[in-house]
Design a protein around this ligand. Structure first.
Ligand SMILES: Nc1ccn([C@@H]2O[C@H](COP(=O)(O)OP(=O)(O)OP(=O)(O)O)[C@@H](O)[C@H]2O)c(=O)n1
Length: 417
């Protein structure tokens, strides 16, 4: 059997093909990701003003899928599209624009011979929970990204689950099982489901606007009036357009009256000052629960190992900081040295887009601040985090959960149909 998932994020869309043995064969419960394709261009939400382009953008990857899935399987192969925070934001800002994007996407997808199952925006809770399931399906020992049932043994068999930390462009998710959380305090953070005969009670929260691209907008919005921005390298300059910067519900309320059209962003590369700016985007003042992460959101005590993926991995891997056995203070020193490196030197780095290169100082600072100040990872618990590459976006799992041929017992998973 085959299944296709389109993961439509805020900054990009990717297509994944999964395959698993038909029931008549020896059904091992193993699902393999057999192919992936990165859709050219930005996420579908960026086509709000030209929705037909959102549909068109998917065509090349869909043609690849037609080639990769055997012809005789086309009609029975389910095709899903799951959109995350970029479309959540567009829907909040202008729901008719997000409807039009979906209509264009549907029209394009229905031209292909697959069994189209619909396109929808996932809730933050679903995104967090699917990320957790995916992290716990990943078989570390297997290099070909096989999803396996091996980890889902009962807690009495002594296997601890792994928490999931997902950093996207527009939102970020934290999901884990904690002995101190049964869902009674802040029930909206609780997701319960049954998997391989075991009941799981997960803590999960999705922070909309706390993906790294939206936090960068917040960090820039605060600093348009000053001469230098500490989150950019010394010698870095860029003309930024005010309207583009504030064109998001995450920052639109902060647009100053009578702002000019453009401003010049100049870097001075100071990790300490950058961290102060980043800290100021979190609200630590109010908490009506026994304990909170930030913005008054409940969070139980951190527990067990964590897998950190998506932008966590891209950024920390680029910065050579994926080794969490290095003391946190040393990690900060290394990042401080990186931020202070002149732009002329940084831009010589080949093989990475200049726009990404310009942002790694900010992104690394945001990641460390989010983990330590936001989620309360300490020098000790930081070493429980593993930055992982092979999580092919969380809601790839969406398809697994909805495919009746699959040998998983996920009937009570909280998905609205
Ligand atoms: N080599 C790369 C690739 C991506 N990114 C950044 O990683 C983030 C995107 O992460 P991704 O997991 O693709 O998030 P989206 O799905 O686009 O966002 P969301 O889930 O919030 O909708 C973006 O800020 C992008 O600029 C990066 O820094 N380096």
């Amino acid at each position: 059997n085959y299944g296709i998932v389109l993961d439509a994020g805020s900054s990009h869309t990717a297509l994944y093909i999964y395959a698993w043995p038909a029931e008549k064969d020896n059904n091992t419960g193993r699902v393999e990701q057999t192919h992936s394709c990165k859709v050219k261009g930005k996420g579908i939400s960026s086509y709000a003003s030209q929705p037909w382009k959102a549909g068109e953008s998917l065509t090349l990857c869909m043609q690849e899928a037609e080639q990769k899935v055997p012809n005789k399987r086309h009609h029975e192969t389910p095709l899903y599209l799951g959109a995350t925070a970029g479309m959540r934001l567009l829907n909040m800002e202008n729901s008719s624009a997000s409807d039009k994007v979906f209509q264009a996407v549907e029209k394009a997808l229905q031209k292909f011979p697959f069994s189209y199952q619909g396109a929808r925006i996932l809730s933050g809770q679903e995104e967090g929970a699917f990320g957790w399931v995916t992290v716990n399906y990943l078989d570390d020992l297997c290099s070909c990204c096989v999803l396996t049932s091996m980890r889902f043994l009962s807690p009495s068999q002594g296997l601890e689950t792994t928490g999931a930390l997902d950093l996207g462009g527009a939102s970020t998710q934290i999901s884990f099982v904690s002995d101190n959380y049964d869902g009674s305090e802040s029930p909206s953070n609780s997701v319960t489901f049954r998997l391989y005969g075991n009941d799981y009670n997960l803590y999960t929260h999705s922070f909309l606007c706390y993906g790294k691209d939206q936090v960068l907008r917040l960090a820039l919005a605060q600093q348009t009036q000053v001469n230098f921005h500490p989150c950019f390298h010394p010698g870095y300059t860029e003309i930024k357009n005010y309207s583009v910067l504030y064109d998001s519900p995450c920052v639109s309320g902060r647009k100053p009256q009578g702002a000019p059209e453009n401003f010049t962003l100049r870097g001075n590369g100071s990790f300490g000052q950058c961290q102060e700016i980043v800290k100021s985007v979190f609200n630590f003042t109010s908490c009506k629960y026994s304990q909170c992460s930030f913005n008054g959101v409940f969070q139980p005590l951190l527990q067990g190992p964590f897998g950190a993926f998506s932008a966590y991995y891209f950024v920390m891997n680029f910065l050579n900081l994926t080794d969490t056995s290095i003391p946190l203070d040393t990690v900060k020193d290394k990042l401080a040295r990186y931020c202070a490196t002149p732009w002329d030197e940084i831009k010589l780095h080949t093989g990475v887009k200049l726009s990404y290169l310009a942002e790694y100082c900010f992104s690394g600072t945001y990641i460390l601040t989010l983990l330590t100040e936001g989620y309360n990872f300490t020098s000790e618990s930081y070493s429980n985090i593993k930055f992982i590459k092979k999580v092919s976006r969380s809601y790839a799992t969406l398809f697994l959960l909805h495919t009746p041929q699959m040998p998983h017992d996920l009937s009570s998973f909280p998905v609205d149909h």
